[in-house]
Design a protein around this ligand. Structure first.
Ligand SMILES: [Zn+2]
Length: 182
């Protein structure tokens, strides 16, 4: 007596499973789209940067660091020990900021560079928080807080750009087409 429903269930089983799989696949695609929108889809350069809804584009950590001048934990961030060749861009607006050529081992636990890729990409501001006077660095295009610059770096500049990984997006050499390259 219970046999018929069981057989019925078995018969439609594959269809149900198929539908579930399609559903799961679609959900997966949806999630992938959201994630890439958060980090990998740059806004056009002529965006009105002050009007961007950063909360919807950034992860909580990225938002806290770049838009609220937060600082991430040393050694517990994506790029402090990244030795790959490539370019570090602003996580908010995709402006190129540093080349891996200028990265050095500072021992601080934060990604450190002795010079920006292009000096005009970085704005400096006096920062008097935490009972110190430091030089804050921000992205010149979108005003994202990046980190600080200190005078105890290595040659040739003597500078140490101490950055938050969460403010950066690393693009490995040859990972992207040279659309922006001249
Ligand atoms: Zn930026």
């Amino acid at each position: 007596m219970h046999k018929k429903p069981v057989i019925g269930a078995l018969t439609i089983g594959p269809a149900v499973i198929g539908a579930l799989m399609i559903g799961a696949f679609a959900t997966g695609l949806g999630l992938a789209t959201v994630v890439s929108a958060k980090s990998n889809e740059p806004l056009p350069e002529d965006t009105d940067w002050e009007s961007v809804d950063w909360k919807s584009r950034l992860t909580r950590r990225q938002y806290k660091i770049t838009r609220q001048a937060g600082t991430e934990w040393p050694f517990k961030n994506a790029y402090w020990d990244n030795k790959r060749a490539g370019e570090y861009r602003c996580v908010c607006c995709d402006q190129p900021l540093f080349s891996s050529d200028a990265k050095f081992k500072s021992g601080t636990g934060w990604p450190s560079f002795f010079q920006p890729g292009d000096g005009s990409a970085i704005d400096e501001h006096e920062d008097r928080s935490w009972w110190m006077t430091r030089v804050e660095t921000r992205c010149s295009r979108c005003d994202a807080h990046l980190g600080h610059v200190f005078n105890d770096g290595p040659r040739p500049t003597g500078l140490r750009y101490c950055m938050n990984s969460a403010a950066l997006r690393f693009v490995g050499e040859g990972e992207e087409p040279t659309e922006e390259a001249e």
